[in-house]
Design a protein around this ligand. Structure first.
Ligand code: OXD
Ligand code: MN
Length: 650
């Protein structure tokens, strides 16, 4: 067994020592966070066949990993919230008694790091020293996790120093669950192969994260979904702030006025694209603060101040192109780890809808050869000379649909450096938020943009959010609409109805509720009967953001409808709308997507009501706990539901 290293912080020592004894690694390495150490780990992985070094002229310090086929996305079915009472996890979470779960998982961790190195990663969620930042330590036996955590969070000595002798941290234990026997050769992607052997477990009352069996993304980079959303949402509820699945952007108008906007869209619905968008409207500038998670704290002035707790982007690769998101592609130019994309013969990477012609041949995400398609230079197939139709019929993709890039935020050409570093007016805090957007992929009914009439109405809008299921999760429901309140369905650290109540409380407890952000629901994904998109999206979304800024300033009227305040079509600025371009705003479509589809909305509201009824039920079929009134959907939201229903019936 390895010797537990010395730590100045007694809690850190005791905790590492405990897991050393349970997991029995061969060696322990405390991550210092230097670039030299980071690259040495990457090179060690290259030697072991776990990373492929990319062409250093084209992509300096970039690597490619290929995961096991069972380990390509978050596993919601194996994600647990282990609060003492099942009702506190609520009906949207998987629950197990925390004592039982710990017993079960400790068995799995026993000897799980044999033959491996245990890495101890001190990390900060947010700029070190910022009042909104929180700290964690992840123990892991995965070097892939170490180097991804180095990009996604601020890691190393500086964090340990900040913790000092008695600083507190969220303990996060992770093992891929694949011990090595003496002399046994490692595989390219160690993990527990069976889905039922994977556990992604949060203990919100103990404030601990235990993850076992998966090496992928949100299952294994524990600062991200497990800490910054599930555990943090519970911390936030207890302490009066908000941990949300939101991008943060800074928008500057031609008059040089700055606005800060957050937006909550479900996984793989374009948060990264909006966060880095190039505005089509002349004179408007957009800068990125974060693309996935926002922590918002109320200030003494009643405003909400937000930081991005992360340090990098874990973006979905397919679909990211110079057209859709040039700034994301530029962010991947150096120091990036790619997972499950195509390797080209010149040591570069490729994926579907990258807007780049496919190489003649390459290696697909499974490590098999792939070849340019016979009738579409932008596609690849598993055999030479295949047609697009043949490839489509097979359901083949050369880069996995949830293949990812892990890119340092500092690479982003439009990073708002001050906001990203948690500075506002040169002081360490967050940026004051002017507008909160909710959204999702909704092919019908939901208009382009809809403004809430009040905070409560905005909370209702968020609670009613839904989207088509995407490949970001292993699911048999891809493409179907599922309710995803506040885009947080997979990430609530506690009961969904209590979470709604917490949002309502933010108004009640605000020092000045008139200063809270205005709330909007946006939908870039409306489709016509022929399946075409009715809104071009991407840079054209700046037209919607401009309208939102004008509403904040009280400069433009809105159509006050039963479902909310919708723009009059003539108030959407169409400057620079090149009608000859492939993607542009079609005026007739714009008019259509700004109408209230009354019959569609009646159905929509009925399904929202049905989702509320689900949230009001017992936490699970077999639960011994009844759902008492304290954990039901707040009356204020039921009232909005009733009001909208009545208004639609008129
Ligand atoms: C993500 C997700 O990876 O939401 O950000 O799945
Ligand atoms: Mn996400």
């Amino acid at each position: 067994m390895a010797k537990t290293p010395k730590f100045a912080n007694a809690k850190v020592f005791a905790w590492v020592d405990k897991w050393n004894k349970i997991c029995t690694p061969d060696k322990i390495v405390v991550v210092t966070g230097t670039k030299k150490e980071h690259l040495a780990i990457c090179e060690m992985m290259v030697k072991k066949g776990q990373f492929i070094k990319l062409n250093s002229k084209k992509r300096p310090d970039c690597y490619l990993a290929r995961s096991h086929e069972s380990d390509v996305a978050r596993v919601e079915g194996r994600t647990f919230i282990c609060s003492k009472k099942e009702i506190d996890a609520g009906p949207t979470n998987h629950w197990m008694d925390p004592v039982e779960m710990k017993k079960k998982m400790e068995k799995a961790y026993k000897g799980s790091m044999k033959g491996r190195t245990m890495y101890v990663i001190p990390f900060a969620m947010g700029p070190i020293g910022n009042p909104i930042t929180q700290y964690g330590i992840e123990i892991t036996d995965s070097p892939y996790v170490v180097v991804n955590m180095n990009i996604m969070t601020r890691t190393g000595d500086a964090v340990m120093k900040h913790l000092g002798k008695d600083g507190d941290f969220i303990p996060c234990i992770h093992s891929v669950g694949a011990p090595l026997k003496k002399g046994q050769k490692d595989v390219a992607w160690p993990c527990a192969k069976k889905i039922e052997d994977k556990y992604i477990t949060q203990f919100p009352e103990d404030r601990e994260i235990w993850s076992f069996g998966s090496g992928y993304g949100g299952n294994a980079l524990l600062g991200k979904k497990c800490f910054a959303l599930r555990i943090a949402s519970k911390l936030a509820k207890d302490e009066g702030w908000m941990a949300e699945h939101m991008l943060i952007l800074t928008l500057t108008s031609p008059e040089k006025k700055q606005y800060h906007v957050t937006a909550a869209f479900p996984s793989a619905c374009g948060k990264t694209n909006l966060a880095m968008m190039l505005p089509k409207l002349p004179g408007w500038k957009l800068q990125t603060i974060g693309d996935d998670i926002a922590w918002l704290k109320p200030g003494d002035d009643g405003r909400l101040y937000a930081i991005n707790p992360e340090n990098g982007f874990f973006g979905v690769a397919p679909g990211t192109s110079m057209d859709s998101n040039p700034n994301a592609l530029k962010s991947c130019k150096k120091g990036t780890i790619f997972t499950n994309v195509v390797l080209t013969p010149d040591g570069d990477i490729w994926w579907e809808d990258m807007g780049v012609k496919a190489p003649k041949e390459g290696t697909d995400w499974k490590g098999n050869p792939c070849y340019v398609c016979a009738d579409d230079p932008y596609r690849m197939g598993p055999k030479p000379g295949m047609t697009k139709a043949e490839i489509k019929a097979m359901g083949y993709v050369a880069a996995h649909k949830n293949s990812r890039f892990t890119a340092p935020a500092e690479n982003c050409p439009v990073l708002d450096k001050a906001g990203f570093n948690g500075l506002y007016n040169k002081k360490p805090t967050g940026v004051p938020i002017d507008a909160i957007l909710f959204g999702g992929r909704r092919p019908s009914t939901i208009p382009l943009v809809n403004e809430a009439k009040s905070w409560t109405h905005g909370v209702f809008m968020g609670s009613a959010a839904g989207s088509e299921v995407t490949a970001a999760v292993i699911s048999d429901q891809i493409g179907q609409v599922r309710r995803d309140p506040m885009a947080m369905l997979p990430f609530f650290g506690y009961n969904v109805a209590d979470y709604f109540q917490h949002w309502l409380e933010m108004e009640r407890t605000s020092a000045d509720a008139t200063k809270l952000p205005k709330i909007y629901f946006v939908n870039w994904f409306r489709k016509g009967d022929d399946g075409r998109f009715m809104w071009p999206g991407f840079g054209d979304n700046s037209r919607v953001l401009k309208w939102i800024c004008q509403r904040i300033e009280g400069q433009v009227k809105a159509n006050e409808t039963p479902i909310g305040n919708i723009p009059f079509p003539e108030d959407i600025d169409l400057t620079n709308n090149d009608e000859k371009a492939k993607f542009h705003v079609v005026k007739a479509d714009l008019e259509e997507i700004l109408k209230v589809d009354v019959e569609g909305w009646k159905k929509e509201i009925a399904t929202v009501g049905a989702s509320y009824d689900e949230y009001d039920k017992k936490p699970s079929k077999d639960s011994k706990e009844e759902n008492l009134a304290a954990h039901r959907v707040p009356k204020a939201l039921r009232q909005v539901l009733a009001d909208v229903t009545a208004a639609l019936a008129k």
